[in-house]
Design a binder for this molecule. Sequence first.
Ligand code: AKG
Ligand code: FE2
Length: 361
Amino acid sequence: MAPTLSNALFADQTEVTEFVVNKGNGVKGLSERGIKALPYQYIQPLEERLINKSVNQTDEAIPIIDMSDPDENRVAEAICDAAERWGFFQLINHGVPSEVLDNMKAATHRFFNLLVEEKSKYTKENSLSRNVRFGTSFSPRAEKALEWKDYLSLFFVSEDEAEQYWPDVCRNEALDYMNKSKTMVRKLLEYLGKNLNVQELDETKESLFMGSIRINLNYYPICPNPDLTVGVGRHSDVSSLTILLQDQIGGLHVRSLTSGNWVHVPPVPGSLVINIGDAMQILSNGRYKSVEHRVLANGNNNRISVPIFVNPRPESVIGPLPELVANGEEPVYRDVVYSDYVRYFFRKAHDGKKTVDYAKI
Ligand SMILES: O=C(O)CCC(=O)C(=O)O
Ligand SMILES: [Fe+2]
């Protein structure tokens, strides 16, 4: 019998890690070679797969909020309410032009369509900047089972740095997406802040809530056995806020705080998905919730998503806001240096909501 493509490629399945992780082919490389069965490295334990019965058996849905509603108080209230009860919402009429979002999606496809030799210039070993990283899965060296996703991660330092180090095929689109989202981000933070007695988003507060930005370009290629693995495992984000652009494929699921069910986040054309991250949960002393989410692997379609992680500065100390503590609230979290928190997150595999325990008193 003639060997299948996957057999011909890999005499031994242990070669898969070398091909995907070390050689920079990613899971996209694996998918495109027509691999017929999921390599064992990607097989997730049963409890981590999304085929359990709590999925899609719910009529719960995350809120969709129209930012163009002329009643600003109503918008602010809906946002704060969603941040407390869901930790997730979708924004429509958010003010980021649709061409900017379309260009970002096209640029994401352009990057992942580059030859492996091109993309490999940005791997941990080869990248000329530690702020630019092409990789696969989440933390392959720390994970027992790998995740079916490739990514390009761009940490913004300055326009000059981006000019020098970010890949040409997506640099301008990523900068534009980031810059054109800032007004909306500031508005969201103003609404969320007011509800916590933060009267003004001054320089100090701006640096605390949105002092650094990271953009990730995620690629989830077609998977031979999507039921056995995940695109992204259960986690909460370490950001203060995440702004997520997704395409029309779907697959993102959020854990409902009220029922524990996994609720799908349906693609809504033109919308952006917003979620609260751990930093905001800590700063708000637990009022706003960073919620567990995960992404399904897909057997029929390639999917992309582009999150902007709005973060404190690495050197910022985060803890419950003085405005809350002065009001007599008992702090639930201690003060931590944000970069220590992030380092702790990346040292381990995705493990649901466990990261935030690091800051618990
Ligand atoms: O791709 C998605 O929809 C979500 C990705 C995600 O959760 C993340 O990158 O943190
Ligand atoms: Fe996430």
